[in-house]
Design a protein around this ligand. Structure first.
Ligand code: NAX
Length: 327
């Protein structure tokens, strides 16, 4: 029996991350090398030409797995029968924009997209929100999709996770493959907490290998502020590394993580004192196609304070979108 094609929708497909994502999706790096794909590219009218151009280039790639590409500015059409939705397009913060304005502008995007997903998505739909503020955008979309289990709405902290793994490996002069057990907690923002207290390198606790000064003054701020560092050096925000992390997130969600864990922002079930329903980054394993929050980790006071600070920011964002009537 041939593997049935899966419907993948990318929003903001005419943007930078879209361009870095689409060709890798078409080559099989999102779902696996044997899974045929139909692609739908959702854009706003101003972005349609860029998405159309990407669609022409996808055609020219002659990807054996790519069954079709459709470009649309209609969310209902874009999400009809969708199995994997990558919500990349969003309204970034402009100069002088207040947080409430930012959240409201994104509510106008993620509310209708949540409704369209609710109306038309496949039963097994998986949603990854990349567009910032990613955690709260996922919360808004989920609130507008009451028939889709909330566990299907996730936000991306895999880029932060990958950054943390890479920084740790470089510092300890070891391959990234020897690092395990790192966690990003909280919001995908500068308040996030990259936690090494359960991490190991070739089975040795990282705690025994790094000192507190490096941890507090170099590692944590560098990972949390890496996005700004990239902007400063590159003159633009992270693009290819963000696309790469989105592929990692979905690939692991669909194909499983085994014993290893990674980080993803998922709806809290109250674990580790994070209020139920907040879309918060946790240590997660993917088991039988579901993200499961890793349970039973001991959290010391150093970690607790940092997790609480990032969760407080998520609570503030949730309260702000509640006030705006968006959730
Ligand atoms: P671009 O500005 O290059 O592309 C965004 C695209 O989205 C544009 O083509 C725009 O027309 C489209 N768009 C806007 N509203 C839309 C809507 N309602 N429906 C469909 N498309 C819409 O930004 P890019 O560099 O691709 O970044 C995209 C988003 O990713 C931004 O919000 C950015 O902040 C966020 N990021 C998130 C990261 C994460 O780790 N979660 C890291 C990278 C990135 O900063």
């Amino acid at each position: 029996m041939p593997t049935p094609a899966r419907n993948v929708t990318v929003t903001g497909a005419g943007g930078q991350i879209g361009y870095a994502l689409l060709f890798r999706i078409a080559s099989g790096q999102l779902l696996g090398p044997d899974v045929p794909i139909t692609l739908r590219l959702l854009e706003i009218p101003q972005g349609l030409n860029a998405a159309e151009g990407a669609a022409l280039e996808l055609h020219d790639g002659a990807f054996p797995l790519l069954r079709s590409v459709e470009v649309t500015d209609d969310a209902t059409r874009a999400f009809e029968g969708v199995n994997v939705a990558l919500l990349v397009g969003s309204r970034p913060r402009g100069p002088g924009m207040e947080r409430a304005d930012l959240l409201e502008a994104n509510g106008r995007i993620f509310g209708p997209q949540g409704r369209a997903l609710n109306a038309g998505a496949a039963d097994d739909v998986r949603v990854l929100v990349v567009g910032n503020p990613a955690n709260t955008n996922a919360l808004i979309a989920a609130a507008h999709a009451p028939d889709v289990p909330r566990e299907r709405f996730t936000a991306m902290t895999r880029l932060d996770h990958n950054r943390g793994v890479a920084q740790l490996a470089a510092h300890l002069e070891t391959p990234v493959s020897s690092v395990a057990g790192l966690t990003i907690w909280g919001n995908h923002s500068a308040t996030q907490y990259p936690d090494v207290f359960h991490a190991t390198v070739d089975g040795r606790p990282v705690n025994d290998l790094v000192d507190e000064t490096w941890l507090t003054q170099t590692f944590i701020p560098r990972v949390a502020n890496r996005g700004s560092e990239i902007i400063r050096v590159r003159g633009g925000s992270s693009v290819a590394s963000a696309a790469n992390a989105a592929l990692d997130h979905v690939f692991d969600w669909v194909n499983g993580t085994g014993d290893a864990w990674t980080s993803a922002a998922v709806a809290s079930d109250g674990s580790y004192g994070v209020p139920d329903g907040l879309v918060c980054s946790f240590p997660v394993r993917s088991v039988d196609g579901h993200w499961r929050i890793v349970q039973g980790l001991e959290i010391d006071s150093f970690s607790r304070a940092r997790i609480d600070a990032s969760v407080a920011e998520l609570i503030d964002e949730r309260d702000a979108v509640r006030t705006l009537g968006l959730v």
